[in-house]
Design a protein around this ligand. Structure first.
Ligand SMILES: Nc1ncnc2c1ncn2[C@@H]1O[C@H](COP(=O)(O)OP(=O)(O)OP(=O)(O)O)[C@@H](O)[C@H]1O
Length: 378
């Protein structure tokens, strides 16, 4: 557990970057520090590994004051990941990952073997080992940065905007893989971001800081969305917080049976089962392929003749898929993005279970919000 006890930092020019911060980051969890630019997030993080010394207050890791050990020893037990990964440009990927083990006397062969295992753990092929950082994409460099921070197997990780420099799609991937990794490793993580969506996706707990280094609120993401402590937090979490809170409510919505036709079947068969002229098309394995409309071609022309087979070019792109046991937000999004208005619900292998309409989700919502036990992690 990392604990800040009335920690303040005033820089020599008088700037108060952090003001009487008291906060705990529980062991094995991700605690996110989020807030607008200049609110003291990075300063707070760097006081943990003593890259910045507090003006007053104490920081402990597992009840040990960070100032009671030398900065070098302290940092051996703390992984540190920063934006743009901060890799050594003239060292290969594998040497970057093995930096700390090599410094602490691990033999070269063993350090290299472990580094390659870590690369695989963060989703990098071993064939990248002898490349240089400049030969990797931004997202791949970030993975190297995470692997490097994990190399000394530190119980604590400090992460400062590690995914900010990559595009939104890669960022989403990195976030999901990071959550999977944390599910396996259970590190104590303090994570800095200015992006409230990232904070809500990743945090077990989210601490919102206001400019001047004041802690405005610390809460679980669902509580932050549901009950912001003051107008600043409400404004910061954003306008659609009510909608985003649906991402924390499990969708135990009744799933309706959805009639289907198989790819290759005659269109006439679709006429027998269509609801509002729409039929869901699946492949042999019951994986949804798209929606067939009986009276209109996706290009705008007339619908298919009954004797034609159902072919991929006749299909409208499906909406998002909702996984069984997922959240109300996913279920509602599936319904709203589906051309038929019926959101497709699938099992963990992506096979069709049935469908759900937006109206059903909203009816369910009232009951679910009245029952706090329905709240889940995304
Ligand atoms: N070395 C320094 N000397 C003087 N002021 C500093 C120094 N480092 C940071 N500051 C100031 O302290 C405040 C907090 O800075 P910090 O970098 O911790 O904020 P941040 O929340 O991480 O910001 P950002 O999201 O923009 O990175 C800012 O007003 C900043 O200008």
């Amino acid at each position: 557990m990392i604990r800040f006890d009335a920690v303040s930092k005033a820089y020599p020019d008088g700037t108060v970057a952090v003001d009487e911060l008291s906060l705990t980051a529980p062991s094995g969890q991700i605690t996110v520090l989020v807030g607008p630019s200049g609110c003291g997030k990075t300063t707070s993080l760097r006081m943990v590994n003593r890259m910045v010394e507090p003006t007053s207050g104490t920081i402990t890791i597992d009840d040990r004051d960070v100032t009671s050990v030398s900065a070098t020893d302290l940092r051996r037990g703390i992984g540190y990941v920063i934006q743009h990964a901060g890799l050594f440009p003239h060292r290969t990927v594998v040497d970057n990952v093995a930096t700390v083990p090599l410094l602490t006397g691990t033999g070269r062969r063993q350090a290299r073997r472990r580094a390659i295992e870590l690369m695989e753990l963060v989703g990098l092929p071993a064939s990248f080992a002898d490349r240089y950082p400049a030969q990797l994409s931004g997202g791949q460099q970030q993975r190297v940065g995470v692997a490097r921070a994990l190399a000394a197997d530190p119980p604590v990780m400090l992460m400062d905007e590690p995914f900010s420099a990559v595009d939104p799609v890669v960022r989403d991937q990195l976030q999901q893989e990071f959550l999977r990794l944390q599910g396996e490793l259970g590190k104590t993580i303090l994570f800095v971001t200015h992006d409230i969506d990232e904070a809500i996706t990743l945090g077990d707990r989210v601490a919102v800081l206001a400019v001047g280094g004041r802690l405005a609120q610390v809460a679980a993401p669902a509580d932050l969305l549901a009950t912001p402590a003051d107008p600043f937090v409400a404004e910061f979490v954003g306008r659609d917080r009510g909608y985003r809170a649906l991402g924390f409510i499990s969708a135990e919505v009744a799933v309706a049976t959805e009639p289907t036709v198989a790819l290759g079947a005659p269109v006439a068969r679709a006429h027998d089962v269509a609801v509002d002229d729409w039929v869901l098309v699946v492949d042999d394995g019951q994986l949804p392929q798209g929606w067939l409309h009986l009276r209109a071609h996706p290009d705008g022309g007339p619908g298919p003749a009954p004797g034609d087979p159902v072919t991929p070019d006749l299909l409208n792109l499906g909406g998002t898929l909702s996984a069984l046991g997922g959240t109300l937000r996913e279920a509602l999004d599936a319904a709203l993005s589906s051309p038929s208005g019926r959101g497709v619900v699938v099992d963990e292998d992506g096979r069709l279970i049935g469908s759900v309409r937006a109206g059903t989700v909203l009816e369910h919502l009232h009951a679910a919000t009245a029952d706090p036990s329905a709240q889940v992690r995304p």
